[in-house]
Design a protein around this ligand. Structure first.
Ligand code: ADP
Length: 405
């Protein structure tokens, strides 16, 4: 039973093929620089010895339509999918589902129109996601397609946490509220945490920290998101690679007045030139750790600020959860940076959070625990797998469909 997961960006399409019966990934890849003179397709597939092999090809791919055909061709050439008929379904990552989508949804014309209507809420992401959907629907019309939304998991957040303290009509007329993102990842690691702890998810209070280029914290009570750090857009909350996270909103008006910068320029600074990059000029945490070790004070400050912000959110979410069973670190930095994990938890013994230095320094591709014996809260490092979660949700959504007579 094969499911293809697509994550369509403005100039790229990421894909991963799952065999849900064998629980394997027969192929995956990314097509980048769509529309540029030389597009690049990196395709991973199993060779005759069942080893993963990387094939890189460079050729012009004019648009997403050609891109999807190219991916179809390479999946067929490598024997992963001979014919679209072999696909049980296609799962699409969609960034913003607004208040309309609370769960994975089978895509039809009405769904496409609703995702289009939500473009003003996610002008950078939804148009590209939509393009991927439309192209895939045209290229494989007989395959059921499912939209899995980054925002859906957070639709359970109660009103006192999702409303902003601004006039009510701005919420009602313009949908200004907290939506939250990375929902697929937070949900996936919450389920993994429950498996690891051998306890039903329904009984657990968790804080998950998705720390990648984009970063967010979520308070998960009984498997349900009750608060998250990203807001109406992914700009709010933790300090990220190039996004500022929480700032005083008045800074925007001050900057416009003081510098004469246009609205778009300020928006671009806060999204693309801030965060780690704004503090120390670099947004790759590996490089920042290296610079900090070599005495670069801006890199040291960036690490201090990132960890301080994470710590503040841990404290806040401990308060809203009441009791904390586990703290989960995931995504690039969360999974691979012992330094950030340790510094974010430093001084939290009074909350029952204590990192064991040796366990924390372990390297593993599997999930592992890093708390001390005396820590009452489990501290878990869990590799995220958003694509697998999308594949599973796609499968469940299609299986719920009434069978044809
Ligand atoms: P994205 O949001 O793009 O999916 P990732 O989850 O891949 O991001 O995370 C990217 C971040 O993880 C980068 O800041 C990168 O430097 C960081 N990272 C990856 N490996 C390590 C490592 N070994 N140590 C510290 N940071 C790492």
């Amino acid at each position: 039973m094969k499911i293809l997961v697509l994550n369509s960006g403005s100039s790229s399409i990421k894909y991963r093929l799952f065999d849900m019966t064998a629980k394997t990934v027969p192929a995956s890849g990314v097509l980048e620089k769509i529309g540029e003179a030389q597009s690049r397709l990196t395709h991973h597939t199993r060779n005759r010895k069942a080893e993963m092999e990387e094939i890189v090809t460079a050729e012009p791919v004019a648009d997403h339509r050609q891109g999807f055909q190219r991916i179809g061709a390479v999946l067929s050439e490598s024997g992963a999918v001979q014919d679209n008929k072999e696909l049980f379904g296609i799962g699409h990552r969609v960034v913003h589902g607004g208040e309309e989508f609370k769960e994975p949804t089978l895509i039809d014309k009405k769904v496409v129109d609703t995702i289009r209507r939500l473009i003003p809420l996610a002008p950078l992401h939804n148009p590209a996601n939509l393009l991927g959907i439309e192209v895939a629907m045209q290229s494989a019309p007989q395959v059921p397609q499912v939209a899995v939304f980054d925002t859906a998991f957070h639709q359970s957040i109660p009103v006192q946490a999702f409303r902003y303290a601004i006039p009510q009509d701005l919420y009602e007329a313009h949908h200004v509220r907290r939506y939250g993102f990375h929902g697929t990842s937070h949900y996936y690691v919450a389920k993994q945490a429950a498996t690891l702890m051998q306890r039903p998810l329904k009984t657990l209070n968790l804080i998950s920290l998705h720390l990648g280029n984009g970063a967010s914290a979520t308070a998960v009570k009984g498997g349900i998101s009750i608060d998250t750090s990203m807001g109406m857009t992914p700009l709010e909350g933790l300090i990220m690679g190039t996004r500022c996270g929480d700032i005083d909103p008045a800074i925007i008006f001050y900057l416009k007045r003081k510098t004469g910068l246009a609205r778009d320029a300020v928006e671009s600074i806060l999204n693309k030139e801030s965060g780690l990059k704004g503090i120390c000029g670099v947004n790759d945490m590996r490089q920042i750790e290296e610079l900090a070790r070599n005495g670069n004070s801006n890199a040291q400050l960036a690490i201090a600020m990132v960890c301080y912000r994470i710590k503040k959110y841990i404290g806040a979410y401990c308060s809203v959860l009441g009791r904390l069973d586990a703290l989960v670190f995931t995504a690039g930095i969360g999974e691979k940076s012992p330094l950030i994990r340790a510094r974010s938890c430093q001084g939290l013994a009074h909350l029952g959070i204590e990192v064991d230095a040796d366990k924390n320094n372990r390297k593993s591709k599997e999930a592992f625990e890093i708390q001390t014996e005396s820590s009452t809260v489990k501290i878990l490092v869990i590799p995220t797998n958003e694509e697998l979660e999308i594949a599973e949700q796609t499968l469940m959504c299609i299986q719920k469909l009434p069978r044809p007579e």
